[in-house]
Design a protein around this ligand. Structure first.
Ligand code: GLU
Length: 449
């Protein structure tokens, strides 16, 4: 074993010993550490300065109590988190997730990935992430508001436009951002740039809502263009039906692809006539209902109760996992292979397990890791910060054009970096190394801090 490999193995072992109860975090670390050896071999100075270990330890973790009252007057308690992971490239930046599965491991894995994702955008943002185990499902608007206000009463101590800028993620959209923004303003005065993903009425950015989904499809389109192909005419399935999935479907359809399926936590939907996106938007964005109500208007479609969409036998080219972490297990990766899928591009964060990743690799399926392919959301968040600082709103066309260019750069940088360091097309290694190189350089030049 060379000394770089030894260093990396020790580092990972050390994290396993310290955090045996944080499987998601350890998975993100394993995926990352497994790819950076060729970079450290060429740049031993980063190993000599132990930058990787410094990077693994968050600069700060804040864990706090969120008390709130439900509609019946009962006292309820949730746990809130903010992991301020790395500020070498700018203020901590990353979303807030409200979901019952949230715990310190999940927020750490998301924060860790966010460092490299944000670095890949080439915009001045560090990495952070937060959230709560609060379950927004079935909660009234009043309950959501009171919860968001209580959360912000504590979180406001630690954030600011030049300090840490939260945004949305699963369970957090413009409504929740609005309630958090109102509470922050009441306590600290008007600071437009303290949160991103704000409603358009007060300094939200045009195209932010669409950005993660659009960016994902732009990424795939640049990849296909590189092979003298395009997404036009391709058959696509998308998991999820939240913000990322909806706008991935919209852009894929706009560029001429046929999208046949999407899903939610109750099951999966396949429409052989192609997904009616206006109806999905009405069900999910307006009525906030289950996806099976789609069948009332499209009896031709089929709903698979409780079934993961990747478990369905169907002939398609592109899989866009846009639901949540580890939604593609090894078995489901085998099903993707059977279905003849050529590309898997991640709209969600870490939707593919390490074992599934191996299956995709062995079968030469092109795999676009989330930290590259879904960076469009946070990239437009950074553009929202720029607009807020300028006190000027940009047009939809301007933001969308910047987004497309950023996704093109991320694709090209990841591709070129993998060719340079690994000698083959490997977007995982390329994205990890390119994201890491910039952060590492910034950390070294800022000294031991
Ligand atoms: N939650 C999104 C992500 O995973 C967006 C974060 C942001 O806009 O700050 O990148």
């Amino acid at each position: 074993m060379n000394n770089v490999k030894e260093y990396l193995v020790k580092l990972e072992e050390n994290q396993r010993e310290k955090y045996p109860n944080q499987p998601e975090y350890l998975q993100a670390v394993a995926e990352f550490v497994g790819t950076v050896e060729p970079f450290l071999v060429k740049h031993p100075e980063f190993m000599e300065k132990n930058i990787l270990e410094m990077l693994l330890i968050p600069e700060r973790i804040i864990e706090f109590r969120i008390p709130w009252m439900d509609d019946k007057g009962a006292w309820r308690i949730n746990t809130g988190y903010r992991v301020q992971y790395n500020s070498a490239l700018g203020p901590y930046k990353g979303g807030m997730r409200f979901h019952p599965t949230v715990n310190q491991s999940v927020i750490k894995f998301l924060g860790f990935e966010q460092i490299f994702k944000n670095s890949l955008t080439s915009l001045p943002i560090g990495g952070g992430k937060g959230g709560s185990d609060f379950d927004p499902k079935g909660k009234s608007d009043g309950e959501i508001m009171r919860f968001c206000q209580s959360l912000m009463r504590e979180l406001q101590k630690y954030i600011g436009p030049n300090e840490d800028v939260p945004a949305g993620d699963i369970g957090v959209g413009a409504r929740e951002i609005g309630y958090m923004f109102g509470e922050y303003k009441r306590l600290n005065g008007y600071q437009a740039g303290v949160l991103t993903g704000k409603p358009l009425a007060y300094w939200g950015s045009l195209a932010r809502k669409e950005a993660t989904g659009y960016g994902l499809v732009y990424f795939v389109e640049h990849l296909l263009n590189d092979c003298n192909d395009s997404i036009k005419g391709k058959k696509v399935l998308v998991s999820g039906s939240g913000n990322v999935a909806i706008y991935a479907i919209e852009k894929a359809q706009e560029l001429g692809a046929s999208v046949y399926g999407c899903s939610d936590s109750s099951g999966s939907l396949i429409d052989p006539d192609g997904i009616d996106l206006d109806l999905i938007k009405d069900i999910k964005e307006v009525k906030r209902e289950r996806i099976n109500t789609y069948l009332e208007q499209h009896p031709n479609a089929k709903f698979y109760e409780g079934k993961n969409i990747w478990d369905i036998e169907f002939d398609y080219d592109v899989a866009l996992p846009c639901a949540t972490q580890n939604e593609i297990s090894k078995e489901l990766a085998n099903q993707l292979v059977k279905n003849g899928v050529a590309i898997v591009a991640e709209g969600a964060n870490m939707p593919t397990s390490l074992e599934a990743l191996e299956v995709l690799k062995e079968n030469k399926i092109i795999y676009c890791p989330g930290k590259a392919a879904n960076a469009g959301g946070v990239a437009v968040s950074a553009l929202e910060m720029a607009q807020n600082a300028q006190r000027l709103p940009w047009t939809f066309e301007k933001v969308d054009a910047e987004l497309n260019q950023i996704m093109k750069n991320i694709y090209e940088t990841s591709r070129q970096t993998s060719l340079e360091y690994v000698g083959e097309f490997d977007l995982v290694a390329g994205a990890n190394i390119a994201g890491f190189a910039r952060v590492a350089e910034a950390m070294v030049s800022q000294g031991l801090v």
